[in-house]
Design a protein around this ligand. Structure first.
Ligand SMILES: [Zn+2]
Length: 464
């Protein structure tokens, strides 16, 4: 047994003695005590011990104060005294004492310990901030408050959770601004060409949009229903990997049975914004540079594209392969069949034949089949235009041969994950900045860019 284990055991015995002496005396203690109550009470006791330990750690993490230190303004600060400060940490409220300096001509004061560890007195600690944001990107703020209390055992206000989540979104936005500046700087782009980082041989991209309900600021605007829905644009970059046989769903298994590649998206990076197509194009280019989309040998876009989407792709990545998501294209035929025929054999046969044509890349046949249903069926007429406009993006036979993923639903699911699951919770209404910050925080979480963004403001190691 090493020293640490021994020490932990000694402390554990002391904690148990303390718990037995204090907890069982509490008026709300059930009789007889049950395990759930013991666990929660012990957890709360350990939390209080943690708060004390953190307080001591912080108070001890400073040297004997010097009498004077230089001020940022060029003047001189003088040591005043040890001054207490409070922090909301993962253990709850923590008070610590740190040397405080003042007396400069500029009137500013300074606590070097706060600067050293990026502590913000009166605010949330880095560790707690990460947990609050984790809840804030997953649940409506008013629900995350209750949910968090179950884990943390103390109250954090809904506003604090909202504030931390928004702050993370803003940090993500600041990263994006930095990428944007880089991606428009010829010198940076030139150096970027020689990046030592690995460049994926084949990279995929997707774009989509979903509506978010924005609450008008002025009461006068409230009756204008159409103004309250805004398009949140979402994009993602991803690579593709084969799905191991044992992880395949029934549908994927059928794909393998037919002798096709069964693939799925991996290493997905999301980005999003509530903005016009032009600004979103810049973000697409910038985030693309960050994942080397501009350097990859083969770039493939799989979308169910509105015109603005294909226009942006053509503008920024003219060499990329453009593919209309297979499931969307096939679904279009399904809808035509349902509109044009009554249920039965004729409908099934039409659908089977046209889907087979589409699968084999014979889009002309599909267009003809829709045209023949023609005038009496608006769905068929619209589908005819849709297939004609996207003909060059539906060479599914060639795409399959090249091993491209022709329908992953990646972006559709990213819209669902970012927008529907979080921003469209029942009764959810947003102001633009809150919607954008929350969506960006959620995109960072889903992308796995989380830790670097979270630790952005507390990069210094908290060690003595
Ligand atoms: Zn000064």
């Amino acid at each position: 047994m090493n020293d640490t284990t021994e020490l932990i055991q000694t402390i554990a015995r002391q904690v148990m003695t303390l718990a037995q002496a204090t907890l069982s005396q509490q008026p709300e203690a059930p009789a007889p005590l049950n395990l759930a109550w013991i666990e929660t009470s012990l957890r709360d006791l350990l939390r209080q011990i943690g708060a004390e330990a953190l307080s001591h750690w912080l108070s001890a993490a400073q040297h004997t104060p010097e009498a004077e230190r230089p001020c940022d303004c060029g003047g001189t600060l003088r040591y005043q005294r040890y001054r207490p400060a409070t922090l909301l940490s993962v253990f709850g409220r923590v008070t610590y004492k740190r040397a405080y300096y003042a007396g400069c001509v500029c009137g500013r004061g300074c606590a070097p310990l706060d600067e050293q560890y990026a502590l913000q007195p009166g605010q949330v600690s880095a560790g707690l901030s990460e947990l609050l944001t984790l809840a804030g990107v997953e649940l409506p703020f008013e629900h995350s408050q209750r949910w968090l209390k179950g884990f943390l055992l103390f109250d954090v206000s809904e506003n604090t959770i909202r504030h931390e989540t928004h702050t993370l979104g803003q940090t993500q936005a600041a990263h994006e601004t930095e990428w944007r500046q880089h991606s428009q700087d010829p010198a940076w782009l030139q150096a970027h060409q020689r990046t030592p980082e690995p460049i994926p041989a084949r990279l995929y991209g997707s774009l989509d949009a979903a509506k978010v309900r924005i609450e008008p600021r002025k009461p006068a605007e409230k009756h204008a229903e159409h103004e309250t829905w805004r398009d949140l644009k979402v994009g993602c970059w991803y690579e593709v990997e084969p799905v191991p046989v044992r992880q395949q769903s029934t549908r994927q298994h059928a794909v393998t049975e037919r002798g096709q590649l069964c693939q799925r998206a991996t290493h997905i990076h999301y980005y999003c914004d509530l903005t016009d197509a032009k600004a979103f194009g810049e973000l697409m280019w910038a985030s693309g540079c960050a994942v080397h989309a501009d350097l990859t040998r083969e770039l493939v876009f799989g979308c169910d594209g509105a015109a603005w989407i294909w226009n942006l792709i053509t503008t920024y990545y003219s060499q990329a392969v453009q593919i209309v998501d297979w499931y969307h294209a096939a679904d279009r035929l399904q809808r035509v069949a349902q509109a044009a025929f009554s249920p039965g054999e004729t409908r099934e046969r039409w659908l089977e034949q046209t889907t087979a044509h589409l699968w084999e890349g014979r889009v002309t046949h599909v267009i003809q089949a829709c045209a023949m249903l023609g005038t009496p069926c608006p769905e068929a007429r619209e589908a005819e235009t849709y297939f004609a406009n996207n003909q060059a993006r539906m060479r599914y036979d060639q795409y399959r041969q090249a091993g491209y993923l022709i329908g992953s639903g990646t972006v559709e699911s990213s819209c669902k994950q970012i927008v529907t699951q979080r921003l469209k919770c029942s009764g959810a209404q947003w102001l633009v900045p809150g919607a954008v910050d929350t969506a960006k925080a959620r995109a960072a979480w889903l992308s796995g860019d989380w830790t670097p963004v979270c630790t952005q403001w507390s990069t210094l190691p908290l060690a003595i």
